[in-house]
Design a protein. Sequence first.
Length: 364
Amino acid sequence: MSSRIFQSVIVQMKEATDRCIGVIDSEGFVVACSELSLIGTKLENLQGISGGDLSDQFFTSGTRTYKILGSPNSRFDYAVFVEGRDTLSRSICIMAAVAFNEAKANYDEKYNKVTFVKNIISDNILPGDVYVRAKELNFVTDVPRAVLLIRQMEKSDIATLELVQGLFPDRQKDFVLSMSETDIVLIKEIEPGVEARELCQLADKVGSAINSELLVKTVIGIGTVSRHLRELADRYKEAQVAIEVGKVFETDKSVIHYESLGIGRIIYQLPTTLCEMFLSEVFKKNPIESLDQETLYTINKFFENNLNVSETSRKLFVHRNTLVYRLEKIKKLTGLDLREFDHAIVFKVALMVKKYLNSQNIKV
């Protein structure tokens, strides 16, 4: 593919000079040239470039001047040549090398697999182009992949990226992308049938490794499994939502899977005005602030024990009648009897809505 890039540059340079300009590979074969008849031929009398590393950027052989493409002391993959061994030939070599290096760098950036994947999840590529680019890169499109968003919390460390890359060294199947100063995305090819629980365990190991080796705390959001490259952007958004919703409703967790968010992700997407209206309708008799901390703790324990009075009283270390008294008190204050399933659902949602509004610094 590089030969096409080199040839397009040569076509433009032909207008500026009548010298023969071309590019050879590490074996001395001409891959692009202003004289089309030379393409594919091996230049004779070419000495000193047979497959090794070269520190000299310039060399001459026969009637031509050569300049290695790439940075100084880099491995020899390609070299530009110009007919002639004079100062002009050297100058043309320099200008041609700059043009070739720039064109190749732009091409590599555009078609590099990591950049390709990053463009997909960032929505910087049209859905119709995904398949075409994937084919050019020999990229398998329809295998299951997990998307994990690793967010560094208290401080960010550039070494985190290198650590995660070291944990997943297969650069053909797994991609570790730096999205911002705090965010790293891991896109990992997985076996069919892998469950959310297994992905959470994987994420937990990654977070533990980062914390133990770099003392950096993280929260990791996981999207649902992507079945095709085109789905990666949506799965990345899900991982973002998992972290944002988790900050409100799952504050004690460092790994949050999108599938575990439940009703929290619905509440998170509601307009705050609608949430305020809902709370005012639910708590007509008294605002939710009228409930003290002990009462709220009792309510949460009641929910945790699936509205079971006996089990909740045992967990609270109180007599059953004491719990019943508290529930009656809540009923008088709010008009909701938490022993009734429908009332309990309304109250549970109301608590979550209140928590969401608090996270938005909105007082009701």
